[in-house]
Design a protein around this ligand. Sequence first.
Ligand SMILES: Cc1cc2nc3c(=O)[nH]c(=O)nc-3n(C[C@H](O)[C@H](O)[C@H](O)COP(=O)(O)OP(=O)(O)OC[C@H]3O[C@@H](n4cnc5c(N)ncnc54)[C@H](O)[C@@H]3O)c2cc1C
Length: 302
Amino acid sequence: MSDDLLEILSEMAEIECDVPLASMTTLRIGGPAKYVAYPDSTVALDALVRFLKERGIPYKVIGKGSNLLCSDEVFDGVILRLDKFNDYYFIGSSLIAQAGCSIIALAYQAMKNGMSGLEFASGIPASVGGVTFMNAGAYRSSMSDVIDSVFVYRDGKFEWMNNDECGFDYRKSIFQKHPDWIVIAAKMNLVPQDINEIRDLMDSRRERRMSSQPLDKPSAGSVFRNPEEIPAWKLIEGIGYRGKRVGGAMVSDKHVNFIVNEDNATARDFLTLVDDIKDRVEEKYQIRLHMEVERFNWPNRK
Ligand SMILES: Cc1cc2nc3c(=O)[nH]c(=O)nc-3n(C[C@H](O)[C@H](O)[C@H](O)COP(=O)(O)OP(=O)(O)OC[C@H]3O[C@@H](n4cnc5c(N)ncnc54)[C@H](O)[C@@H]3O)c2cc1C
């Protein structure tokens, strides 16, 4: 791509060039992205997306990069980051938050405002856009329990979609079927509650996470979806893979459904370990595990 392109993109957003995806993901893995764009308004985002579509230039929205396994290859396109979409508003018992807001920060703000509902999300290192896309959840709650509606950019229009139009299910949403739609904001319904009770619940959840998850090492959270019959960790434990290592990627010895970047892991190390786990689990239990972590920019692999 040319310097001319850089000039045009820079008219619509702040642009960075040749940025390692490793620096934009919690796994700290991934080759360079040719361009990263930070639009600061819906008008700029609309202009940018129309332009990229017209020119057939590939693009991808990234939130906090906490559910991505990016390949080691160059991404010859534009990463769209909504970091400047970071306003939020408490209106009565509703919270409207733009896609770039951190869900952890919002959970703490909600607590300070005496609003309950986001305690489960207070340890998920993600953006509002990402948790809506994934219907992220924990402790038997998920975003679909609190989301009232989602403000979305689709087919060149900005519109609100109600919760029941969002196709929410376990770690699923309609947005996964429409990767060109962009979540701009979400409206959440919260419930007034005593601040101390909310804080106590968040504290106990934090302690539980800290004691059970390898939060001191780069990871993308749980690697595999839980099959209906049995949690993924039991299957991985069952094949004796606690601490199993391929290159710099390692099955965490603290939480076996986490694969951590122990020592300069490549994307290839990570995926080799994932494939090995899938095969060994299938051999032993006749259950095929599926990745919850999304692969991005794997040009030579389906
Ligand atoms: C330590 C750790 C703990 C975790 N714990 C949990 C947990 O308890 N529960 C859980 O469910 N997950 C957990 N995760 C996984 C991860 O945080 C979630 O999947 C989260 O929803 C990803 O959000 P993100 O902003 O990082 O999205 P990204 O990883 O940046 O992107 C994920 C997908 O969302 C899409 N996307 C992002 N923003 C938008 C947008 N504005 N519009 C349209 N699409 C968008 C991207 O294109 C991509 O396809 C954990 C991860 C880590 C590292």
